[in-house]
Design a protein around this ligand. Sequence first.
Ligand code: MN
Ligand code: MN
Length: 470
Amino acid sequence: MAKNEKTEVEILKDKLCYEPDNAASVLDDSEIAAGDAFCEKYMSFLNSCKTEREAAAFFKALAEEKGYTEFDKTKKYKAGDRVYRYNREKSIMLAVFGKKSAAEGVKIAAAHIDSPRLDLKPNPLYEDDETAFLKTHYYGGIKKYQWTAIPLSMHGVVVLQDGSKVTVSIGEKAGEPKFVVTDLLPHLAAEQMKRPLSEGVKGEELNILIGSRPFKSDSGSELVKLNILKLLNEKYGMTEKDFLSAELEMVPAFEVCDIGLDRSMIGGYGHDDRVCAFPSAMAVFDVEAPEYTCITVLTDKEEIGSDGNTGLNSSYFKYFVCDIASLEGLDGRDVLSKSECLSADVNAAYDPTFSSAFEKRNSSFINRGIVVTKYTGARGKGGTSDASAEFVGKVRRIFDGANVVWQVGELGKVDGGGGGTVAKYIADLNVDVVDVGVPVLSMHAPFEVVSKLDVYMAYKGFKSFFESKD
Ligand code: MN
Ligand code: MN
């Protein structure tokens, strides 16, 4: 027998057994270089967009640069035309008209652009023992202790008394001040250290340090607070009452960076879910003359359950598809019923340090490409859409046909916890949907980690779905 001939066992194993691939092992050097180059653009996006408003504005500006126009349901569109609809500056839908009638359905990728963070309360500013703080109410699922003693920046909008709106961003540019939630030194934390981890730092202890120098005066109280108000007034024209009509978000002020000596990974804030939003937007931007009309929806409010009129549990997306349907005199529900969607959201990457939280055979791993998550939910698949074998089978053929490295994954062990995505709200519209996204380490931490090749596979995966002929 020649030395490199396969044994019968090896031949049978090749034919019958399934082993997921490591993208770094199966992709050739040019693809790996293309992936790294794609991630440069992603990292620059991640550095410049820390909130849903900033991401929505970024994609709107880029869409306009690429010839997208605001959708007008009274106009006629032809195959290849590109439109967008902006929803309240917090979500955006990007569409390319296909060659086929919308009667045959549309292809959708749905990602979210909100991330866990600390929101300011409506009445946030106070002075305590000659130090000024801002009260926060956390947004989304966080481990609160992770948000102390790290640099934070402030982003958002303030609507002033006269109705004008000012945009706030402090702490991102070089030379700007940053903010922080203080924590107790270990020397004096004997009591705190006895608390369970979930209460190590409590919600009402997530107070932002914003100032310490009093306004110079011989008399008067709360002069540190007054000084902060004076600075805010000088910069933004706002008064304390204007906090009531503001949306101000405190987010980590870390720079996005390569992780690892091999530079194979990216560390940064808000990979969940901008790591799917960016590739799904690039996929719709780059798809040329698709068969089906393709839509990427970048939504808000996923981290708090998709409620609210910028979240996918609202009708805004449905109305957009209905308006596309009406261009051809079709019923929106007939278009939706024939449509397909990749719910583009991240999954938890297997972490060897915390292996007991995972069931290894059904976990996603970094570098094994995008993860297809058939169902999420908790307690016996509660609260999930559970994609059909037929639709998963179709997505599988599309990915394999386009040499997309992909894997399957559940969200952790059975009864280990759980979670959800926008998939169930898309399924509610009678659309075939499955979750497809990038595996993330330290998900929902202020600094999350993804693999560069997985990010690139997300782009290739969404693009192959949009380019599919059936
Ligand atoms: Mn997510
Ligand atoms: Mn999330």
